[in-house]
Design a protein around this ligand. Structure first.
Ligand code: FAD
Length: 499
């Protein structure tokens, strides 16, 4: 192995998934020199196919890929259909009812990630990012002052290279090799400690219109299934089960998936005439575990974590790509502001970290409520997923995550108050779903008024409105007392107008 020439960039990004391509494009669009290193060659397989509107109409709009996404022919996702909760009747959650995102942008896409991620990565190249595939990043380099100053990576021919940059961005997902270099540690959730087993099917049934392309989520005794239409005929099907039930997915994965499907009549019925795909990128049945965690630090001078390298909650309700691209927008604003000399580093990255923690916590609460509302006393999965059963360490970890955020919504002092709040919000959410089911979906307003749903939709719709309307969206307002606001083009942080 030989060491070759040393290069310099403003920013070097590790990973070409949605978080890496988003951040690198948004920084390169300001004229900065950005290098993106990706260990694989795109298109490559990835899970996480059901998206939220703010990613499509907010961040993808800022990236300039709206037309390309429309031309790709991804199914339009109007919302979600859930067989979930105390009532056996499936209920629908439609994006169009949330007032801020209603109208022509009140949908998202169900995407084949190999295609979606490649669209975003090719776009990064067009925006001026130096994208190099088949490069594995091996370590982070620190300067004498203790600041992260670059990294080392390996070329396809085995040559080790070193590159320096003002900022190293870890966007390398849940398998990140370098996240620890930011300091602190990765904390795994006890509450969301599940495993997922998933595969792909041709010719599965579709829901009746207008919900044909909704994600279908179905709770059953051992956990829940996702059923995501990826085209007229292709469907992604996955089971999420408790870690303690890992035995159910050990051994022959084909038999394991078949047995779980047999436990869940609605999914079984949808797959009655379907055949499992056995070739190509969808031919394998895959397992994922240890995916629910957050890193205690999100940045240090010279280094920042975005996307799954920083945190992920749980597959239910499609928050992964939202958090990945949203965190990249926040980090890009911080980097752009510092490189342009507009805002000091500490202040710019404190804003990034506070907003990112807040959004993660909002989804953490929302998804906790989702699990808490399922009443099935006979099922180990659902009874163990009650907030009331959460152990103290988990709640302390939640309070720690939220701590330091001065927004009144997040004023928690200890695990007790954290538990109480999770319980209250879960109960409110369950009531809103019950009334939705009772009224047969004519009025979704109580659901969108419930705290957890309102908060989960709030920042995404802000991002979307700002991306669509620019300066006509009006001035951004600080999320935290004394905090910064987004510029009208969304690319920078600014001090709020004192008036
Ligand atoms: P990734 O998409 O993982 O991209 C990271 C990239 O970094 C990869 O291309 C990788 O090759 C590269 N890389 C890694 N190490 C190195 C290295 N050392 N050097 C160079 N490159 C490297 N999210 C949703 O929004 N909707 C869903 O329906 C959904 N379902 C999910 C189901 C399951 C079971 C799980 C576990 C997750 C799901 N997610 C979902 C989450 C989603 O998969 C992730 O949140 C999302 O992919 C994160 O994007 P990212 O860009 O941060 O990371």
């Amino acid at each position: 192995m030989s060491t070759a020439q040393h290069e310099e960039f403003d920013v070097v990004v590790v990973g070409g998934g949605p978080s890496g391509s988003t951040l690198s494009s948004l920084v390169a669009m300001q004229g900065h020199r950005v290098l993106l290193l990706e260990k694989e060659s795109f298109p490559r397989y990835q899970i996480g196919e059901s998206l939220l509107p703010s990613t499509i109409h907010g961040i993808c709009h800022l990236l300039g890929v709206t037309d390309e996404l429309a031309a790709a022919g991804f199914p339009h996702k109007r919302g979600g259909t859930f067989r979930w909760g105390a009532n056996p009747t499936p209920w629908n959650f439609s994006f169009s009812v949330s007032s801020k995102v209603s109208g022509p942008t009140s949908f998202a896409y169900q995407v084949e990630r190999s295609k979606f991620d490649k669209i975003l990565l090719d776009n990064a190249v067009r925006k001026g990012v130096d994208v190099r595939e088949n490069r594995t990043v091996t370590e982070v380099v620190e300067g004498d002052d203790g600041r992260v100053s670059g990294l080392r990576y390996t070329d396809p021919d085995g040559t080790e290279r070193e590159v320096s940059a003002r900022y190293v961005v870890d966007a390398s997902g849940n398998t990140s090799r370098i996240h620890k270099q930011v300091g602190g540690s990765r904390k795994y959730s006890d509450f969301f400690r599940s495993l997922a087993l998933f595969g792909y099917f041709e010719n599965g049934k579709r829901l009746p219109a207008p919900n044909t392309n909704n994600i279908l989520c179905v709770a059953f005794g051992s956990g829940w299934f996702w059923y995501i239409p990826l085209s007229d005929t292709l469907t992604s099907v996955g089971a999420v089960v408790r870690r303690e039930d890992a035995a159910k997915i050990q051994g022959d994965p084909e038999a394991a998936l078949r047995n779980l499907i047999a436990e869940c009549p609605l999914i079984q019925e949808h797959l009655a005439d379907a055949t499992r795909v056995t070739e190509g990128q969808y031919g394998q049945i895959r397992v994922r575990k240890d995916y629910s965690y957050h890193h205690t630090n999100f940045w240090r001078p010279g280094m920042v974590l975005v996307g799954d390298a920083a945190c992920f909650v749980d597959p239910v309700f499609s928050s992964g790509v939202h958090l990945a691209t949203y965190s990249s927008l926040l980090a890009a604003r911080s980097i752009n502001s510092v490189l342009a000399g507009k805002i000091g580093e500490q202040r710019a990255f404190d804003e990034f970290e506070a907003r990112y923690r807040r959004e993660y916590s909002v989804f953490y609460e929302f998804l906790t409520s989702f699990y808490d509302m399922h009443v099935d006393e006979d099922s180990y999965f659902w009874s163990a997923k009650k907030v009331i059963n959460s152990d103290h360490a988990e709640l302390e970890s939640f309070v720690e995550l939220v701590a330091g955020m001065s927004s009144t919504d997040f004023d928690l002092s200890d695990a007790e108050s954290g538990a109480l709040r999770l319980k209250q919000r879960s109960a409110e959410f369950a009531d809103a779903i019950d009334s939705l089911v009772d009224q047969r979906e004519e009025n979704m307003a109580p659901l969108f008024r419930s705290s957890v749903v309102r908060q989960a939709m709030q920042e995404g719709s802000q991002v979307q409105t700002r991306a669509q309307l620019g300066e006509y969206a009006g001035d951004d307002i600080p999320v935290f007392e004394g905090g910064l606001v987004a510029s009208s083009d969304s690319m920078f942080w600014e001090e709020p107008d004192p008036a």
